[in-house]
Design a protein around this ligand. Structure first.
Ligand code: ZN
Length: 66
């Protein structure tokens, strides 16, 4: 089961969960509402998932973005 809030958007560039109209990392408005797999990165330097996804900042991310 995929739990989704009503209007949670994810950045297509870095997969970060975005609150608002643009990504705080990329500054892009290239957002998607069609995503799956919620992941919270607390310590990117010691996270395999973060390394795979090229995440350098802690935060909430989506595993898959369409
Ligand atoms: Zn981004």
């Amino acid at each position: 089961m995929v739990v989704r809030k009503k209007v949670v958007r994810v950045c297509r560039e870095c997969h970060r969960v975005v609150e608002g109209g643009s990504c705080v990392i990329c500054g892009t408005a290239n957002l998607s509402e069609d995503w799956a797999g919620y992941v919270v990165i607390i310590d990117p330097e010691h996270s395999d998932i973060a390394k795979k996804m090229n995440i350098t900042l802690p935060g909430r991310y989506a595993l898959k973005v369409r």
